[in-house]
Write a protein that binds this ligand. Structure first.
Ligand SMILES: *[C@@H]1O[C@H](CO)[C@@H](O)[C@H](O)[C@H]1NC(C)=O
Ligand SMILES: *[C@@H]1O[C@H](CO)[C@@H](O)[C@H](O)[C@H]1NC(C)=O
Ligand SMILES: *[C@@H]1O[C@H](CO)[C@@H](O)[C@H](O)[C@H]1NC(C)=O
Length: 365
């Protein structure tokens, strides 16, 4: 037994470096390799990191805006793999790479579990990170939930105004959501919907589960809540996929897909009509070209729905030359498409970097 262990240990040693960690013979790489032999190299790197954080000091100013990025389903192992892949794509061994948010002055870890299940879902984890309170796992589709309505009041949360003084922004006037899933999918829906079942994205889902989709019932479907209930009806920006949840089943959308609604309502048209009646500038867009045009002279209200269902994976949209902004982590993980999930994670890092550059630190009061 001991011998077998020793042998396998020797086999590992003999394997040594992998294709990314071959001995580096020349130029800058060789210099780095030589320096990496010295403990001082690593100590200097660590001290530099500590000094940088001390220089930044504690930031006690009050933020005037909050940008929350969520890498849905983005685990610590996924981060490690994406970091290595990003470095390798630049011809390095990869581990030394840092994603945009790993360079921030403060980092932390938070637990986002459910109170009634060990494996969290997007709905109860949204309650955890948006409201700071833990809840039950969101039933996917459940006849049990019919009639439960919205018996429990929604927890105060980050998109919610007013909120308990001192906890969340009290005067947030401009709130929006941007996602690459359907805007009615559980993670983004956590920002505006209060529902007994996460799958009730259109009235067709309520009808299938409960035998009725009565808007007068205690529960409105998630698309309806986004368009007509607080706080979704106040969102200045709504960007993502999921057009089908907003259009009647009798209509075919811009890209040839059917709507799903059974109440005959076109919530996109209603949204436009309401903004027009209020005399506020607004735009509905469904492709990237129009999105870029809209942001040149940003309207006060922007609704962009870039797919009938979820948007495409970043890598797939690019490969197809699709006229669609893109990105999706969690879907890649669920379907065991590691390459897609890692490329999505790198795209997320790029998006964070871009947002960070657009919002200079000293402009924050
Ligand atoms: C956040 O608050 C809003 C407004 O009260 C509510 O509609 C929404 O359901 C809440 N979100 C969660 C995840 O509880
Ligand atoms: C739309 O839904 C209604 C109500 O369920 C149904 O009667 C009708 O056949 C559907 N139409 C299409 C085109 O699917
Ligand atoms: C983008 O949307 C606009 C407005 O509906 C449309 O005229 C244009 O053809 C679309 N572009 C593409 C590439 O589909």
């Amino acid at each position: 037994m001991l011998r077998a262990l020793l042998l396998s240990g020797a086999a590992l040693l003999a394997l040594g470096h992998d294709e990314y960690h071959r001995p580096r013979g020349e130029g800058a790489a060789a210099e780095v390799a030589a320096r990496e032999l010295e403990p001082e190299y690593w100590a200097a790197e660590a001290f530099e990191g500590i000094a940088r954080r001390l220089r930044d000091g504690a930031n006690e100013r009050v933020a005037d805006r909050v940008v929350m990025f969520l890498g849905d389903g983005l685990s610590v192992p996924t981060l490690a793999a994406a970091r290595a892949l990003r470095g390798q794509r630049q011809g390095r061994s990869g581990e030394e790479e840092q994603l945009a948010y790993e360079r921030f002055p403060v980092t932390g870890l938070a637990k986002t579990y459910c109170t009634d299940a060990q494996i969290a879902d997007s709905a109860c984890s949204a309650t955890a990170y948006l409201c700071g309170a833990k809840g039950n796992r969101g039933p996917s589709a459940s006849a049990r939930a019919c009639g439960a309505g919205t018996a429990a009041p929604p927890a105060p949360n980050i998109t919610c105004t007013p909120s308990p003084p001192g906890r969340w922004p009290t005067a947030a006037t401009s709130v929006g959501i941007v996602t690459t899933t359907r805007v009615t999918h559980a993670s983004p829906a956590g920002a505006y919907a209060h529902t007994a079942a996460r799958d009730w994205e259109s009235d067709a889902d309520l009808l299938a589960d409960c035998g009725h989709a009565d808007p007068a019932a205690r529960q409105a479907d998630i698309a309806m809540q986004l368009m007509n209930s607080y706080p979704g009806n106040n969102f200045k920006v709504i960007l993502g996929g999921g057009r089908r949840e907003f259009r009647p089943n009798t209509t075919i959308d811009e890209e040839g897909a059917s709507g799903r609604r059974l109440d005959g309502r076109d919530l996109i048209e209603e949204w436009r009509a309401r903004r027009a009646a209020a005399g506020v500038s607004h735009a509905y867009v469904w492709n990237r070209t129009e999105l870029l045009r809209a942001v040149e002279d940003p309207p006060e209200y922007l609704l962009g729905l870039f797919g009938a269902s979820h948007m495409r994976y970043e890598a797939e949209a690019r490969a197809a030359g699709a006229d669609e902004p893109a990105g999706r982590d969690d879907g890649g993980g669920h379907r065991a498409f590691p390459r897609l999930a890692l490329l999505e994670t790198i795209a997320l890092s790029d998006a964070v970097e871009r947002a960070d550059a657009l919002l200079p630190r000293d402009a924050r009061s």
